[in-house]
Design a protein around this ligand. Structure first.
Ligand code: UD1
Ligand code: UDP
Length: 388
């Protein structure tokens, strides 16, 4: 069975590394039996060395067979250019299934391109919802889930969200691939522990912050107020800066009051795990980072009003603060004062990659991955939708 994996943004390289490793493991164990062939396509959505190449190097993700070099642009332009570039790759490779991750424009473009030529789509991180359609990612999630044939959900809540939208077939609760990734890489991250000494940090004595969402960076004045408020939390605050945020902040502006905030370039995944693990507090608008904070049991303040990862909030480890500086400062203080309890394990057991590969192999063995030309194949049957 041939899989065409489409990735393009930083967190997708991390997630794809998990499944690629599981594919290699399954192939090795299946001597003489049908195996999975994976062809990786990088759309080029992220292209700076520290947003892309570093992850392929450190995480040993197989080299992409194609880099479409799409780059940055408005949503329509970026997605349109990806669609145009992915279609001929599908025609050439004739995959049995196209595999996508998360909720980026690369996820959307891969899904649309495959669906139009009747190649089944497998979506990892299916069913997540923020119920906020101002987020471009929410639009991507909804469209992708309604087109996908195989929906790999990280949580029980994600399965329920899909069911509420009438999607009940092809749904698998497999756990969260980022939990697999964290477990696999924590030990390996020790080789990058020197990031603490390089930054002059003692474990437990600093906060770590990331900001990159379109909603948080859209208004430069608001963004600067937010960053200034982080500079007053009473701890050094390390901020690996996403290029979008760097551009929006206008670092040449002398009025930017950074206080104890230290802006650094984006770091590698292993360095990031080290910084997260030893932080006193995490402040972020990232989906992946708030979840990693939870998994590492580091209190987190999320710079949003809602989250797709609500288990982290319910367990007491994550506080939703929005982006208003006074509210952020209040939640930071509350977070530093509190010791949350030990929660269960809502994100699985760290074997999501293997579970995904097992489903794909089973489906390919039953001949159900690629629908017959002109037939309905494995299209999902839908119950009457009950929209939220
Ligand atoms: C994208 C995803 C977001 C994900 C994030 C992960 C969409 C709609 N958003 O957001 O869900 O959380 O990736 O990091 O797909 N830029 C560079 N160099 C790069 C990449 C980007 O300079 O290598 C700059 C460009 O100015 C670009 C801006 O960052 O316009 C935003 O990049 P883009 O990929 O459009 O969105 P992200 O904010 O990265
Ligand atoms: N990350 C990283 N280096 C950084 C910032 C983040 O390796 O400088 C990792 C982080 O540990 C997590 C993932 O990137 O695994 C999250 O990506 P991001 O915040 O860009 O996107 P989101 O998860 O919000 O889609």
């Amino acid at each position: 069975m041939k899989l065409l994996t489409v990735v393009g943004a930083r967190p997708q390289f991390i997630k794809a590394a998990v499944v690629s490793r599981a594919i290699a493991g399954a192939n090795e164990a299946r001597q003489g039996l049908p195996t999975l062939e994976e062809v990786i396509v990088h759309t080029g959505q992220h292209y700076d060395d520290d947003m892309s190449e570093v992850f392929f190097r450190d995480l040993e993700v197989p080299r992409p067979a194609y880099n479409l070099g799409v780059g940055s642009g408005s949503h329509g332009r970026q997605t349109g250019r990806m669609l145009e570039a992915i279609e001929p790759v599908i025609e050439r490779e004739r995959p049995d299934c196209l595999l996508v991750y998360g909720d980026t424009n690369s996820t959307l473009a891969g899904t649309l391109a495959a669906s139009k030529v009747r190649v089944p789509v497998a979506h990892v991180e299916a069913g997540l919802r923020s119920f906020n359609r101002d987020m471009p990612e929410e639009i991507n999630r909804v469209v992708v889930d309604h087109l996908a044939t195989h929906l790999f959900c990280p949580t029980e809540g994600a399965v329920k969200n899909l069911s509420c939208e009438g999607i009940v077939q092809g749904v698998h609760r497999v756990g969260d691939v980022m939990y697999d990734s964290l477990l696999y890489n924590l030990e390996r991250a020790k080789s990058r522990a020197d990031i603490l000494s390089r930054l002059g940090l003692q474990p437990g004595s600093y906060a770590l912050a990331t900001i990159h969402r379109a909603e948080t960076t859209r208004d430069a004045t608001e963004l600067r107020r937010l960053v200034s408020c982080l500079g007053a939390v009473g701890l050094p605050v390390i901020v690996p800066l996403h290029p979008r945020t760097k551009r929006a902040l206008d670092l040449d502006d002398a009025r930017l009051d950074l206080g104890e905030v230290r802006l650094i370039p984006p770091v590698s995944y292993h360095e990031m795990l080290t910084l997260e693990q030893h932080a006193r507090l995490v402040v972020t608008d990232s989906g992946g980072v708030q979840k990693e904070a939870f998994l590492l049991r580091v209190p987190c303040v999320t710079l949003r009003n809602e989250t797709e990862w609500w288990e982290t909030v319910e367990a007491g480890w994550n506080r939703l603060a929005g982006t208003e500086p006074a509210a952020v400062a209040k939640e930071i203080t509350a977070s530093l004062d509190q010791t949350p309890s030990t929660p269960g394990s809502p994100y699985g057991v760290g074997r999501a990659g293997e579970a995904i590969v097992e489903v794909l192999l089973k489906e390919s063995g039953s001949g159900r991955v690629r629908p017959e030309h002109g037939s309905e194949g494995t299209r999902k049957t839908r119950t009457q939708p009950v929209l939220p």
